[in-house]
Design a protein around this ligand. Structure first.
Ligand code: PFF
Length: 481
């Protein structure tokens, strides 16, 4: 039933896609990756990647969604039929659904940490605390399966409720409240960081492009980050694209999504580093930047508890507007394929993903090491799930780019993009060659992290993909000039 729904307003897709894109990736991951990879050099690479790889694939993914008007799996099934291509391309839909399910499971656990910190900040518990106390507090949180499960449960239920209420009453209405509030809070936090932090140091850290600091590792992280932050390759954008008004401009919308997403990451980076520098703290703290370094900065500043609390509410809002986009593609599939009601479909997805999330929860404490998981896969369950998504995301991205670039005909693409030949050619060149090559490069670099049982599995998926791409290529060339 949701297959033929369209958003109420022409601009809702933009709102929804920005909601999906802006999340922990911008507020938590982007700043810490930048901090770890030397600031400006990383940002430069990241910006180039967003343009050459991110935006073209974003356009492709929205296009597949809008052209099929169904959930990613059913939509790809439909497109393979209408385009007379191998059914193996349906892999795009399945990879998306599986990745969405996997990501939601740990995204919800990490977002749950923000609930904890919202509470600590607003109750003033951290005011005046020193570095040791704050870092011990974070360790204590991770050591408690009970607390982590509680927050994980609260977060995922809230996300499920929004999606369960439907794309109009739930997702659209929810985003209409959440998104403006997020932008208001972000500006407020920026203003606060200008007043109480060291914004000049933050700006020079972020925008001094020292190419000598560019490392291969930084490139790889930047490509991975551009996928994660734009929600690419996971079916989320395709699912939302299925509801996009036919008259909204695809190209302009995609560029706007990427621009807003990048702007939010930059502003968040400026604000966070301004506070971190202002408090004389280190930038390269990794994932703890938001949950240890930043709370410490707030602890020492005037009104820090209140502003810190509001900041973590921002984190929560951004996370929830992203997590709902992870539920939607799978829920829509269950509704279309098995005739479930939407609440049933959402419940199923949320319960399954919640249960899987428990593996992430225990990865930080009871089963932090030495389990059957470690023996079999050489890492904790959380690291394993994250690794899987880091493989599936680029894989899905390559396949989306190849399908849109090679299987869709010129006239179909023009109908969706409504642009001139020059832009069309640039886009097609990027999705046919540049984006797949760049992503494949990153993908192959991920392989060394992959050991044992995963190698044959990934090899098989790659083979199927290559076979499907080859067949489509041959068919297309025999049909169209
Ligand atoms: N883009 C989100 C972020 O930056 O936090 C994360 C995300 C949401 C990834 C939805 C993938 C997705 F399908």
């Amino acid at each position: 039933m949701s297959g033929h729904n369209v958003w109420t307003h022409k601009g809702t897709f933009l709102l929804a896609a920005v909601g999906s894109a802006v999340g922990l990736g911008n507020l938590w991951r982007f700043p810490y990756l930048t901090g770890e990879n030397g600031g400006g050099a990383f940002i430069l690479v990241y910006a180039v990647t967003i343009f050459a790889v991110g935006i073209p694939i974003l356009i492709a993914e929205i296009m597949l969604g809008r052209a099929s008007r169904q959930s990613p799996i059913m939509g790809m099934r439909h497109l393979t039929k209408t385009h007379n291509t191998s059914r193996a391309w349906e892999t795009i839909g399945w990879l998306g659904a599986v990745s969405a399910f996997l990501i939601l499971s740990f995204y919800s656990v990490i977002a749950g940490w923000a609930i904890h910190y919202t509470w600590l900040m607003l109750t003033g518990s951290l005011v005046g605390a020193d570095a040791q106390a704050i870092s011990d507090g974070f360790d204590a949180l991770l050591a408690s399966p009970g607390l982590l499960t509680l927050y994980h449960t609260l977060f995922i239920i809230a996300s499920g409720l929004i999606v369960g209420m439907g794309i109009h009453r739930g997702i659209e209405s929810g985003l209409r409240i959440i998104m403006p509030a997020l932008f208001a809070i972000l500006l407020l936090v920026l203003a606060y960081s200008v007043m109480h932090g060291d914004i000049a140091a933050a700006a020079s850290f972020l925008f001094t492009f020292n190419l000598a600091e560019l490392s291969l590792e930084g490139w790889l992280q930047a490509v991975g980050q551009s996928f994660f932050t734009l929600s690419l390759g996971m079916g989320a954008i395709m699912a939302y694209g299925a509801y996009m008004s036919s008259t909204a401009s695809l190209t302009r919308t995609a560029i706007a999504v990427a621009a807003v997403d990048t702007a939010v990451a930059m502003v968040a980076g400026l604000a966070i580093f301004s506070l971190v520098f202002g408090a004389g703290l280190e930038t390269g703290q990794g994932p703890g930047l938001m949950f240890v370094t930043l709370p410490l900065a707030f602890a020492e500043m005037p009104l820090g508890g209140l502003v810190g609390g509001v900041f973590f509410i921002l984190v929560l809002g951004a996370a929830i507007s992203s997590s709902i986009s992870l539920i939607e593609p799978v829920a829509a599939f269950l509704v279309e394929r098995f005739d479930m009601t939407r609440p049933q479909a959402v419940t199923l997805m949320v319960i399954a993903s919640w249960a899987l999330g428990l593996l992430t929860v225990v990865s930080f404490n009871i089963y932090a090491e030495g389990t059957i998981f470690h023996t079999l896969f050489g890492r904790s369950a959380f690291d394993f799930i994250e690794l899987l998504t880091n493989i599936f995301m680029p894989l899905g991205g390559i396949l989306i780019a190849l399908f849109a670039g090679w299987a869709l005909t010129h006239s179909e693409v023009m109908k969706e993009m409504r642009t001139n030949e020059t832009w069309f050619s640039i886009w097609r060149f990027l999705v046919r060659f540049i984006a797949p090559a760049a992503v494949a490069f990153v993908f192959l670099r991920t392989i060394p992290q992959v050991d044992g049982y995963l190698i044959p599995a990934i090899g098989a998926v790659l083979l199927v993909g290559a076979f499907a791409a080859g067949r489509t290529f041959l068919m297309e060339n025999s049909q169209e000039k």
